[in-house]
Write a protein that binds this ligand. Structure first.
Ligand SMILES: Cc1cc2nc3c(=O)[nH]c(=O)nc-3n(C[C@H](O)[C@H](O)[C@H](O)COP(=O)(O)OP(=O)(O)OC[C@H]3O[C@@H](n4cnc5c(N)ncnc54)[C@H](O)[C@@H]3O)c2cc1C
Length: 332
């Protein structure tokens, strides 16, 4: 199915399309993938981007903190990025990559759910992550609007509002204290978070953060707005914005069979791929960027990590091209 993110600017692949071997196939056409693709096409590398078209921030009306484009809708940023990549001859197609298989004679074969096959000398995986937050009535439909996780993405827009922090893990108190920077009206609902230490309670109290014990049963929604938090006891606390602390799970299905190492983020907030600063996974020919590499990366960092990976990929391909040329010259 063609998604809104794709409809404006992708080419439908032909049935069973195998085509020429690309220097790099980029799996995932979010900002990390497009940032990489732009750098690679400008380095005169042949690039194919295969994208399923479900960027993580799609539920949000605007994307914030992207210098010179602050407040641009997420899908508009991608449309502009695709236009730039295609302007240099980069190919972008819709599709969901299902497998990446190393080939004996160097490079990779990629297959898609749609039944297409593509060959690549190198692969860059930028498939993003899945935000896992509690299943509570009201949360999912308001996600990315007045149910949020990231203060740098949404804090300014929700400044001075009645905020609820939904405690689900050991970082709940720290999250409440952080959001206090954007509003004086912050309530921490303990929900399923482990018990707060006395020192944490003292800190919260000193900053004017109220702590409400008990499990939350639902988020109250009226019309197009969050209006409160309902506890299992039936008590309802009027609130305008819910802050959650999701667990961030990088999409790793394609990478694990290749032998990449998966690590827990140092803050214990999610899983990501272990790689060097360029995104090289240690598996020959396989790079990662964006949220697959760093679950905390925002839009600028994700784009930048794609650019960094692209430069490393180009250097790797240049070394390979040179080695082949030397062998050809020396061949009897
Ligand atoms: C609601 C929300 C709002 C946000 N707002 C902001 C903000 O304002 N500012 C900010 O800095 N950060 C924001 N973020 C974070 C931002 O979404 C990420 O930084 C960014 O999306 C990471 O880019 P990415 O390219 O790594 O992944 P994504 O943008 O998620 O792109 C990954 C792409 O890969 C595709 N894909 C996945 N699997 C496959 C496959 N097997 N084959 C082909 N394609 C595949 C996906 O469909 C998707 O199109 C927000 C996050 C959320 C959840």
């Amino acid at each position: 199915m063609t998604t809104p993110a794709q409809s404006a600017n992708t080419t439908a692949p032909g049935p069973g399309d195998i085509g020429d071997r690309a220097d790099v196939v980029v799996v995932g056409g979010g900002l990390a993938g497009l940032g990489a693709a732009l750098t690679l096409v400008r380095a005169r590398r042949s690039v194919l981007v295969i994208d399923e078209g479900h960027p993580r921030n799609a539920p949000a009306a605007h994307s914030h903190g992207y210098l010179t484009r602050d407040g641009t809708p997420p899908l508009e940023l991608l449309r502009l990025g695709r236009q730039e990549v295609r302007g240099y001859g980069g190919r972008i197609i819709e599709g969901a990559v299902q497998s990446i298989t190393p080939l004996d004679d160097d490079g990779f074969l990629l297959t898609t759910r749609e039944g297409n096959r593509h060959r690549a000398r190198r692969v860059l995986v930028t498939t993003g992550l899945v935000d896992r937050y509690p299943h509570l009535p009201g949360l999912r439909e308001r996600w990315g609007r007045d149910v949020v996780h990231c203060p740098y993405c949404f804090g300014w827009e929700h400044r001075d509002r009645a905020l609820a922090v939904l405690g689900t893990g050991p970082g709940a108190a720290a999250q409440a204290l952080m959001w206090r920077q954007w509003s004086e009206d912050v309530v921490l609902f303990e929900h399923t978070a482990p018990g707060l230490a006395e020192e944490e309670r003292a800190r919260l109290a000193a900053r004017g953060v109220t702590v409400v014990p008990g499990e939350v049963e639902a988020i109250e929604v009226s019309g197009d707005s969050v209006v409160g938090v309902r506890l299992a006891s039936g008590e309802v606390h009027p609130r305008e914005v819910i802050v959650v602390g999701p667990r961030f799970e990088s999409r790793l299905d394609l990478l694990v069979p290749l032998g990449v190492q998966v690590v827990e983020h140092p803050l214990g907030i999610g899983r990501q791929v272990q790689a060097d600063p360029s995104g090289f996974t240690g598996v020959p020919g396989v790079w990662v960027a964006g949220n697959v590499l760093d679950v905390t990366a925002g839009v600028m960092q994700a784009t930048a990590s794609g650019v960094t990976a692209a430069a490393a990929l180009n250097a790797d391909l240049t070394a390979d091209d040179t080695e082949r040329a030397v062998l050809a010259v020396r061949a009897p």
